[in-house]
Write a protein that binds this ligand. Sequence first.
Ligand SMILES: NC(=O)c1ccc[n+]([C@@H]2O[C@H](COP(=O)([O-])OP(=O)(O)OC[C@H]3O[C@@H](n4cnc5c(N)ncnc54)[C@H](O)[C@@H]3O)[C@@H](O)[C@H]2O)c1
Ligand SMILES: O=C(O)C[C@H](O)C(=O)O
Ligand SMILES: [Mg+2]
Length: 608
Amino acid sequence: MWRRTVARSAVVAENLRRFSISASPSLIPGPCIVHKRGADILHDPWFNKDTGFPLTERDRLGLRGLLPPRVISFEQQYDRFMESYRSLEKNTAGQPDSVVSLAKWRILNRLHDRNETLYYRVLIDNIKDFAPVIYTPTVGLVCQNYSGLFRRPRGMYFSAKDKGEMMSMIYNWPAPEVDMIVLTDGSRILGLGDLGVQGIGIPIGKLDMYVAAAGINPQRVLPIMLDVGTNNQKLLEDRLYLGLRERRLEGEEYISVVDELMEALHARWPKAIIQFEDFQFKWAFETLQRYRTKFCMFNDDIQGTAGVALAGLLGTVRAQGRPLSDFVNQKIVVVGAGSAGLGVLKMAFQAVSRMTGKTANPQFFLIDKDGLMTNERTGVDPSAAPFVKAIGEVKSLGLREGSDLLEVVKKVKPHVLLGLSGVGGIFNEQVLKAMRDSDSPKPAIFAMSNPTTNAECTAADAFKYAGENIVFGSGSPFQNVDLGNGKVGHVNQANNMYLFPGIGLGALLSGAHIISDGMLQAAAECLASYMTEADIQNGILYPSIKSIRHITAEVGAAVLRAAVAEELAEGRGEVGPKELGHMSKEETVEYVTHHMWYPIYSPLVHEK
Ligand SMILES: NC(=O)c1ccc[n+]([C@@H]2O[C@H](COP(=O)([O-])OP(=O)(O)OC[C@H]3O[C@@H](n4cnc5c(N)ncnc54)[C@H](O)[C@@H]3O)[C@@H](O)[C@H]2O)c1
Ligand SMILES: O=C(O)C[C@H](O)C(=O)O
Ligand SMILES: [Mg+2]
């Protein structure tokens, strides 16, 4: 059945080629059934085509007279939007970055609220320019200013006040089917801390990436804010704050609210994938542990980030001209012992164990706000305990419990310095200069914290102080650095956006009821092996964001195949586990690609 769809889609792809640089062969959008007519359709961004409704459709849907008479083609609408966007860029040139970024976000958001088909088309075709506006870093600024920017709700809002009501509330969502849910409680938004209800911008931005990168149908995504209060004093005192003006629920009270929401989501959409996003440390691991064997869910900050970082670490080994097996000898200093840092270490330890066939004790060092972590430290969280260093080992290097970052870099001379601390500028001039004495001829610096102001260092500083031969990655985008004499310091965007869309899509199409470590490992390995040797030698560890649909299809296929191999795949629709099991690697990629939604106007058919 899916092969027939593929053949039809090739025709669509051909028709699309003229217009879109990134047209992937996608499902023909068959007629789309709408249960509304007239002005209600114009006000629904899922169905609205603005001036693009053909005359016959205007007649069929009771739209005649509600629009100016001329029919404007999709291509013309697209060009018109891009012209407005470009003139906004021109008119705001020279203004402060935050003003420009918010102006760009507003114009895109208005289109999102009005006409999703056109919105997603411009997003997909201009992903390099628009991802920084609708996703990291601007999304951080949007969350900070959410109460002022709020015009229309998007997604669902559950609050501590809804306890006992969630099972029925869930039916207020208008879409019958949901494939992808991104859920936050707003407690750790990027490196910006507790933003309470304002954190809803994060699930919205992540799901925009799901549509753009993984081709999830936007009618089947659901951003969710679980408002259990905020401990942000400024917000509690802000009379315009839109969330609950009370302190966060704690302990049993908190977990019972999350339990209820998870049960409600599962009851209505048992096959939906649930991504936990930007939960504070104390709940991130606990909720993952609690739900990962019961629901098809994952924590992006712990698990998505880990895979992207591991791909970067393995790429670094290749960039040094060493065999991958040399990863076990890398000295890596991880700064930040939170959800993300510990997720990375866990996956890196697993990789070393696989390579050596024994329990790993690699040269990985962990630093938190109190300095180097050793087994002398008291009150270490159980999730960090496996990664602290034995005090004897540390002393033999001239270090101690709590040694500061500079001291650690000077004494360890690491091959890699990786920041997931949320502290902007912590890789300062001295620390970066100390990396010049790294034991590696090509040391790597990953300043992975977001948004830009929270990055551990800028790209320019990294190349300036640590030297031109470094490999550099950052969570937020930076421009490549001009090193003079025609040389360029390449900036990698080490962001979990390279994995979460593929993890979600692969899990969805596999029909697995959980997301296993094997599926996540397959995602990381796929990303790690994606780049060519030539790219890697040039310090390019990740694909260009322009090819995010392609890498997502590959990652999705890898995840799906891992689910099949582990006998977790139950299939989806007409394609059962047996059919999935018979697909070759290439056929799986093709299968995944052809399930990606692509924005073109579908003929609308009214049904009562
Ligand atoms: N690039 C990506 O894909 C990606 C993914 C996930 C998280 N992040 C970023 O990573 C950062 C941390 O996220 P998290 O979920 O781990 O947060 P978290 O709150 O769970 O952990 C932060 C950690 O940083 C440590 N820290 C704080 N100040 C420090 C200092 N001065 N020196 C050393 N360590 C210090 C804390 O002790 C804590 O261990 C955020 O900025 C987030 O945006 C990036
Ligand atoms: O949101 C991002 O850009 C990456 C990551 O999930 C984060 O929390 O920083
Ligand atoms: Mg996150």
